[in-house]
Design a protein. Structure first.
Length: 269
């Protein structure tokens, strides 16, 4: 489990290595995710006020190598971001990625974050306000199940967002993103994935739950969250995501991250 560095060591506390990205924390500390710690009636997972309150802790404990994924995203975004263009973060949640990108991407690149949770957007605005920047930045409401358009983008980021979009809308979403990117613009996509081989699919999921146990989640929490996500998070196979990108506006796709049932792809228009 990743956690904020303790300040208790004072002058003796170790300094971060130059290439080490500290785990982002919310102002005042990170409340612990205990949403599924008590037995409760099954209900679909939602990004409501309660989820938003513990979200930063939740993703750090639930997503393998979350800090490294953020760091890799900042590096790849810096490779493709063009001064005078816009970087879009689809599913910006609490603005963790936007803040991580701040020191890696040219200040002449505008940041726009989208989310379909007003509670998430409120938290994102709080975190951005706590870390002022001369760069133009804003977050907006967007439901990806409805038509949308972007323009003059050089980079689009989607970290664990497309998996929450109903499959019948995914082609349109990817086409809309590709249409709004400049030539050689990039989409950085990270998703939970499944395997066509049932043996490996089961093994990878088992190892993922093992990671969650190591990060402090109980069997009840793991089970209840799995049920809550069953009809909400619908992962594709890696080859399905690759085909989705290549058939809807992107010319090159490369995998850049893999851990069991998690994968990252970078696609270039």
């Amino acid at each position: 489990m990743s956690s904020p560095r303790s300040a208790a060591g004072g002058a003796n506390a170790p300094a971060p290595l130059p290439d080490e990205m500290p785990v982002p924390v919310t102002p005042g500390g990170v409340p612990t995710d205990d949403i599924f710690a008590a037995n409760q009636r099954p209900a679909d997972f939602t990004f409501d006020r309660r989820t938003v309150g513990v979200f930063d802790d939740m993703v750090n404990r639930s997503v393998p190598f979350y800090g490294e994924i953020q760091r890799m995203t900042t590096e790849l975004a810096a490779d493709f971001a063009v001064p005078g263009s816009t970087l879009y973060d689809f599913g910006c949640s609490t603005a963790t990625t936007m803040l991580a990108l701040e020191n890696s991407v040219s200040p002449d690149v505008r940041f726009v974050g989208f989310d379909n949770s007003e509670e998430m957007l409120g938290r994102a605005r709080q975190k951005l306000a706590a870390a002022p920047s001369p760069r133009p930045r804003e977050v907006r409401f967007l439901d990806l199940h409805e038509p949308f358009a972007i323009e003059d983008g050089s980079v689009a980021v989607m970290l664990f967002t497309l998996q929450f979009v109903r499959p019948l809308h995914r082609e349109r979403v990817i086409r809309s993103i590709a249409s709004g990117l400049r030539h050689n613009g990039a989409l950085i996509l990270v998703e939970k994935v499944i395997e066509s081989d049932t043996l490996f699919n089961r093994l990878f999921i088992d190892h993922y739950y093992g990671m969650k146990r190591r990060h402090g989640y109980s069997e009840m929490e793991i089970s209840q969250k799995r049920e809550a996500l069953e009809n909400v998070l619908i992962p594709y196979r890696l080859d399905e995501n690759r085909a989705l990108l290549l058939e809807n506006g992107f010319s090159q796709v490369q995998e850049f991250f893999r851990w069991y049932n998690f994968a990252g792809l970078v696609a270039v228009r």
